[in-house]
Design a protein around this ligand. Structure first.
Ligand code: DX5
Ligand code: ZN
Length: 217
């Protein structure tokens, strides 16, 4: 089963962001995850644009942006031109999600949607054949260090079922309070990508390389 490690860099040591990215890349990270927030869609402000620039210039690995912002379609070109490889937006915050998907496609970037714990599969069903990544929030978005919402696990099971029924190709990802134990539980359910913050990767006793190599075993 594919297992992608996606460090959530809002949890990194901002005094040494460049060094953190280099260590995490050397440790075997697959996609760097950059949380962008507007204080409206979520009651918080994530990483800054300068942080994104530092990450982008430091690594050749994939870098995503997780747009937790209102009307994300207005910022697709902005982040695509800054060098984001994958653009995740929340359909809950977008009047015309299929138009936003087209905008990302036109910029030749990976198309991702992120859905909140309370958003049902039915609400986004029409988008599922159109995307490359589906990121299922396992916490209410906006903050690191929260607890995993157990009710989401069944949604992940059902998403894998419907994906296989229709031969859709999106990668199923999770974001929020993902521990090592959750990775072991969810990977066999079809979850391929894991955004990791304070529950597994950051503020731990072990080095990034030790953690990531163990997770990938
Ligand atoms: C929350 C962000 C997550 C978060 C993950 O809104 O999207 O990426 O930073 O951090 P943990 O793993 O601590 O929940
Ligand atoms: Zn995120």
């Amino acid at each position: 089963m594919v297992l992608m490690i996606c460090p959530s860099l809002m949890c990194a040591d901002f005094g040494n962001l460049e060094q953190e990215v280099k260590l995490l890349e050397a440790a075997g990270s697959d996609i760097f995850h950059v949380d962008i927030m507007d204080g409206r869609f979520v009651p918080n402000f994530g990483m800054g644009l300068q942080d994104f620039d530092v990450i982008r210039k430091t690594t050749t690995k994939l870098v995503d942006v997780h747009l937790m912002i209102e009307q994300p379609g207005d910022y697709v070109a902005f982040f695509a031109d800054k060098g984001a490889d994958i653009i995740y937006f929340h359909p809950e915050a977008d009047t015309h999600p299929t138009r936003t998907i087209d905008k990302i496609r036109q910029k030749k970037k990976g198309v991702g949607i992120a859905i909140n714990p309370g958003t049902s599969i039915e609400v986004v069903r029409e988008l599922l054949p159109l995307i490359d990544y589906l990121m299922v929030m396992t916490v209410n978005p906006g903050f690191a260090g929260q607890s995993y919402l157990a009710s989401v696990t069944d949604k992940l099971r059902r998403l894998t079922e419907i994906k296989h029924q229709h031969n859709w190709t999106f990668h199923l990802m999770v974001d929020g309070a993902i521990s090592e134990e959750k990775i072991r539980e969810l990977n066999p359910l079809g979850v391929e990508g894991f955004v990791l913050g304070t529950s597994t990767l950051f503020n731990q006793a072990e080095a990034y390389a030790e953690i990531i190599q163990r997770l990938k075993k």
